[in-house]
Design a protein around this ligand. Structure first.
Ligand code: GLN
Length: 605
């Protein structure tokens, strides 16, 4: 970017200079038209804000973009805190159908949220909380609660300033709690939607109140490339940006998403129409791996543009960045250097929508990259699978995963797949529902409890080996009544799980379930050879199972995929991929799964 542009932009920003504006807006009395509640301890100027919004269409990868940009800043030793603002009226994502919305991601504090939070956690290797996620439902519910409580002092409660004030409060609360240098705010949906209009207005107000150089606005847009024309067209993008400017927001950066790199001509056109310097209109073509996007943004110089716009160059450490970037590149270099190839079958109800299993796909990818193995996924629809034809359906897979799920559809087919895996030494990993199905299969076919089932599938089942948790039995109705969030798991020594997790006594994983192994059956299952190697401390809730006689057969009531990170692959997934590799390449003398996990997960023992 030229100095010329720098100067003109800076002087434009300096013109805004509101004198002690924040002091006046934090006035929440009836006398003033200003209304902007401030959290206690808020330090103006400490935290800067980067707002990311989309134009033209949804699904541009705002979350991926925002998390990659945050990663580049984090690499420079800046403290970053992301937040996603959702337009919908649900309080959380717990009741959303993954078929329509992608997987429900669960945070350590039990918040059920959008899968974008998973992208942030993975990219930043950072645990997030409910402070990092807001929905319109939460915002309005808080407003209505305050209204009933008489907090608005006799005023009529309005979209502006009260609802926008609530949004600003949420953003400043995150800034205060996290003490972040930059809060990255991703606004769900597209500019022009009714649902997110008040979020966009709130960001405009916040940027104004915080003053010059406090915030920057990034607009993601989409460049059309109709096949019939064979060239890129920028009109839709221009109109989308115009719409943003009509909201009183001047973007600082425009990222052009497109199937191919945006041409110089297109970028110039967008620059002319938007007052955004050409250098800050960047091209962001589709990428084979999302892990390559940080390099794309870095090559476009976006990391330093942000620092300049927010005037925080003096807070960074280049030494820290050199090391962090080196580690990241060591990881991305491995992406295309895979020597092996295996196929993992995933039995899934929502087989048509990959987003419903985003974390599992990511966890397999992390494990595969670490083991130099390309993990191909075969989606297995189980409704037609029986004991008789399971071999046929599983002939070409090197391992299987039965993932989380609800309800009866396809459950018998899943049990048939598990039976086949157990009897044929096929590596198996059961996740939550897959753990419960493995218990049912073992109870029926090894313990002789032929009528064993889960009461979720068969409410009057005579042998309910899987039954609601005692704490759940008391709660009626759907929604918000599951055992949710991070829990410690006590590991049994000298077991596979204990080995995989580095011979530690306890490990933490995230849960989202309503049913569990009925404690009355534990002894019987264990006597027949099933080992419960992980359980809840001080409670008879079984959380990890394994079969010592099998090369790799394990399951967990938790969702280990939620905590797999690119540079820290999850041990149960690394174990599965390693075991599948051994099966696929018996002559290659590959290390057994425990040794592979030990090496990858940096165990020193
Ligand atoms: N339906 C099962 C339960 O509620 C499993 C849940 C899941 O797989 N997330 O316990």
């Amino acid at each position: 970017m030229s100095n010329e542009n720098n100067r003109s932009l800076d002087s434009a920003r300096d013109d805004q200079k509101p004198v002690n504006l924040l002091a006046s807006v934090s006035d929440t009395s009836t006398e003033s038209e200003f209304f902007s509640p401030m959290p206690a301890g808020y330090k103006k100027g400490k935290t800067r804000y980067c707002f990311v919004m989309g134009t033209v269409m949804s699904g541009l990868g705002k979350g991926i973009f925002s998390s990659c940009l945050a990663l580049l800043c984090q690499n420079k030793r800046l403290k970053v805190a992301p937040i996603k603002l959702e337009g919908y009226l649900n309080i959380d994502s717990g009741t959303l159908n993954p078929f329509r919305h992608g997987e429900v991601f669960v945070l350590d504090d039990g918040m059920e949220c959008d899968m974008d939070l998973g992208t942030y956690e993975r990219m930043l290797d950072q645990d997030l909380s409910r402070a990092n996620f807001a929905t319109s439902g939460q915002i309005f519910s808080s407003i209505l609660h305050k209204e009933r409580h008489g907090d608005y002092l006799g005023r009529d409660v309005q979209m502006i300033p009260h609802v926008t004030g609530e949004v600003k409060l949420k953003l400043r609360q995150l800034a205060t709690e996290s003490d972040a240098d930059i809060v990255f705010v991703e606004i769900g949906g597209t500019v022009g939607d009714l649902e997110n209009a008040y979020y966009i207005e709130a960001t405009r107000e916040l940027a104004y109140e915080e003053g010059p150089n406090s915030s920057c606005f990034v607009a993601l847009t989409y460049i059309l490339e109709p096949k019939t024309l064979g060239e890129q067209k920028s009109k839709a993008a221009q109109l989308g940006i115009k719409q943003l400017m009509q909201c009183g927001i001047q973007p600082d950066i425009i990222a052009c998403r497109a199937a191919h790199p945006a041409t110089e001509k297109v970028r110039q056109k967008i620059s002319v129409y938007s007052n955004v310097p050409f250098e800050r209109v960047i091209s962001l073509p589709d990428s084979a791996s999302i892990y390559m996007i940080p390099a794309m943004l870095r090559d476009a110089g976006l990391d330093f543009e942000i620092l300049r716009l927010l005037r925080i160059e003096d807070r960074i450490s280049l030494r820290h960045e050199r090391k962090a970037w080196g580690r990241w590149c060591d990881f991305t270099d491995k992406i295309d250097a895979q020597k092996y190839k295996i196929t993992i079958g995933i039995t899934g109800k929502y087989t048509a929508v990959r987003d419903s299993y985003a974390s599992i796909i990511n966890a397999l990818e992390h494990a595969g990259i670490a083991l130099a193995c390309d993990v191909n996924i075969k989606w297995i629809e189980t409704t037609a699978i029986t004991d008789e034809n399971a071999a046929q359906h599983l002939a070409d897979v090197d391992g299987i995963i039965v993932p989380g799920g609800f309800g009866t559809r396809g459950a018998e087919g899943k049990i048939a797949c598990i039976k086949y895996a157990r009897e044929n030494n096929l590596p198996y990993l059961g996740l939550c529902f897959g753990f419960q199905m493995a218990v049912i299969e073992f109870a029926r076919n090894v313990c002789g409890l032929t009528q064993a089932n889960s009461t979720e599938i068969e409410p009057d089942c005579p042998e309910p080996v899987i039954d609601p948790l005692p704490e759940q039995k008391k709660i009626e109705g759907l929604g918000g009544n599951m055992r949710l969030g991070g829990r410690d798991i006590e590991l049994k020594t000298q077991t596979l799980a204990w080995e995989l997790f580095g011979k530690t006594n306890s490990v933490r994983m995230r849960f989202r379930h309503r049913y569990e192994v009925d404690p009355r059956y534990i002894e019987r299952l264990e006597k027949a050879g099933l080992v419960f190697s992980g359980k809840a401390p001080n409670q008879p809730i079984m959380q990890i199972l394994e079969l010592p006689s099998h090369p790799y057969f394990c399951g967990t009531q938790a969702h280990p995929c939620l905590t797999s990170r690119p540079l820290k692959p999850q041990p149960m997934f690394v174990g599965l991929v390693a075991a599948a590799m051994q099966k696929r390449y018996p002559d290659k003398k590959l290390p057994d799964c425990i040794k592979a996990v030990r090496k990858i997960c940096n165990r020193t023992d």
